[in-house]
Design a protein around this ligand. Structure first.
Ligand SMILES: CC(C)(COP(=O)(O)OP(=O)(O)OC[C@H]1O[C@@H](n2cnc3c(N)ncnc32)[C@H](O)[C@@H]1OP(=O)(O)O)[C@@H](O)C(=O)NCCC(=O)NCCS
Length: 464
């Protein structure tokens, strides 16, 4: 396995779909669903060919530690949308974050990529045209209304219920109108699964701003909820629902934020949970609600909330503009207290997360003198050496969550408990794209094998 991973590091493995598309000429005209309908038979053929050629080959040894160790590095899933390399970070359909920042369409006057374009890229491997992205913005705006009973569910939640729990409840309830669940009841053929999955996925993404906005408004009391503007892009509408529609820099931040948080290959908790639950043919609303519940854990998406809590606590204990020595002492106290330093470390990455770097560059452009941003920079100089000295973490470098909260706080979105909801809105893009392709390629029910410790002992008893 090690040699496979090494090979992947130096020469990223593009999907056959991405290869086919990158070698094609200019992006095709037409709507996303029509383009997908053209691509699916090609990819089915590709998968058939790859399985015929390589299906019976061994993919390297599995060691017992991986069974006990959270399956780290275990090759077990297929997802072409994004691939995570331990050294260089994420690539979306073969493209790095700086590349997509350059290539994907922007809003008029904007310089960050529109997440609409990222969704198109994840699904097709192609860079969409400005018109295609505008059509997607309009389509999502047209689908954005949530049923009144879902509004009621959100309104009945006590404000003390964590926003992520409210988010998950509301998304689960959207399954009331699932096109896939209905089609399945009506006996849809396996070959047609992807069509209603696509419709549900588009509805899911489209409805998230109204759900997130309503939760934010209920819990943090911002007054009247804005309405979706069908002439505006997705990030603008989301920002408006949170009360930041007039802040052009915040809207730009949302475009970057959603894009970089959308997908991080298939094995992370939220992406894998969505895929796993979807493999039981649970519809995209049920599958994504499960993803959200995973994202709500502090070792995964909740870390962005935890980082801000940790920074705020640090400032209250050692004051703003604290010396390096005081910060060092605080970091050591965190570790000695048996806690993790939030925002640092990663299960796959072994370098600074390029999603962190993209946010740092945004901060350097828009808020270079913000004291909290400076503190994040100071911590970056201090924490890796301490984690190395402590000798446990395999990756001492910052991940995406080390930076996002500081940017949101700067613009006035100071309610840390809400941060993971924004991560959740973003993660829908990757999970939805994966669900559509899984149903298109006929991905089977997931069912890995578990072993008892006694069985492990028995298996190796005679081999020692
Ligand atoms: C992301 C994370 C869960 C990855 O876990 P992992 O793959 O098990 O990481 P490692 O293999 O490096 O862990 C080895 C040890 O180092 C510890 N470690 C890893 N990152 C650490 C951190 N940031 N602070 C303190 N200890 C850390 C682990 O808790 C583990 O300790 P243990 O042996 O006592 O259980 C882990 O780095 C972490 O908890 N980070 C902080 C939370 C966070 O930022 N999450 C968002 C990730 S995008």
């Amino acid at each position: 396995m090690a040699s496979i991973l090494r090979a992947t590091r130096t020469r990223p493995v593009w999907s056959s779909l991405a290869r086919a598309q990158f070698s094609s000429s200019a992006p095709k005209n037409g709507a996303l669903k029509e383009r997908l309908a053209e691509l699916i038979p090609l990819e089915l053929e590709n998968v058939k060919r790859v399985r015929a050629e390589h299906g019976k080959k061994s993919f390297g040894p599995v060691v017992v530690d991986q069974l006990y160790g959270g399956m780290r590095g275990l090759p077990a899933l297929i997802w072409d949308g994004s691939v995570l390399d331990a050294e260089e970070g994420i690539r979306f359909r073969g493209k790095t974050i700086p590349e997509i920042q350059e290539l994907l369409p922007k809003a008029p006057g904007g310089s960050e990529p529109l997440p609409e374009g990222l969704f198109w890229l994840l699904l097709t491997g192609e860079i969409p045209t400005q018109e295609q992205v505008t059509e997607l913005s309009k389509d999502w705006a047209a689908r954005s209304a949530i049923p009144s009973f879902v509004e009621d569910i959100i309104d009945r939640c006590p404000p003390t219920l964590h926003p992520m729990s409210q988010f998950s409840l509301a998304v689960t309830a959207l399954n009331h109108d699932s096109a896939f669940a209905k089609a399945y009841q009506n006996g849809v053929s396996k070959k047609e699964y992807w069509g209603p999955t696509f419709e549900d996925s588009m509805d899911l993404i489209a409805k998230l701003p109204n759900i997130a906005g309503r939760i934010y408004n209920n819990v943090f009391g911002q007054g009247k909820l804005a309405a979706i503007d069908p002439t505006k892009d997705y990030s603008h509408n989301l920002s408006a629902l949170l009360g930041f529609g007039d802040n052009a820099a915040f809207v730009e931040l949302m475009r970057l934020y959603i894009t970089i948080h959308s997908d991080h290959e298939g094995g992370n908790v939220s992406a894998h949970t969505g895929k796993l639950v979807g493999s039981a043919l649970s519809d995209p609303f049920l599958a994504f609600a499960a993803s959200l519940n995973g994202l709500a854990g502090p070792l995964h998406g909740l870390a962005n909330q935890e980082v801000l809590l940790w920074l705020t606590k640090m400032q209250s204990q050692i004051g703003a503009n604290a010396s390096d020595a005081a910060v060092k002492e605080y970091v050591w106290a965190t570790l000695k207290g048996g806690q993790v330093v939030p925002g640092y470390g990663h299960a796959v990455l072994r370098k600074t997360d390029p999603r962190y770097t993209a946010q740092r560059e945004f901060a350097l452009k828009h808020l270079p003198s913000d004291p909290m941003f400076k503190l994040v920079g100071q911590i970056y100089e201090i924490v890796p050496d301490i984690l190395l000295e402590a000798g446990k973490a395999k990756n001492p470098w910052p991940n995406v969550d080390a930076h996002s909260g500081v940017l949101l706080t700067y613009y006035g979105l100071t309610q840390m408990q809400f941060y993971t909801v924004l991560f959740g809105v973003s993660r829908a893009f990757g999970v939805a794209a994966q669900l559509i392709w899984d149903r298109a390629l006929g991905a089977p029910l997931e069912r890995p094998k578990s072993y008892s410790t006694a069985a492990i002992e028995k298996i190796f008893k005679d081999k020692n």
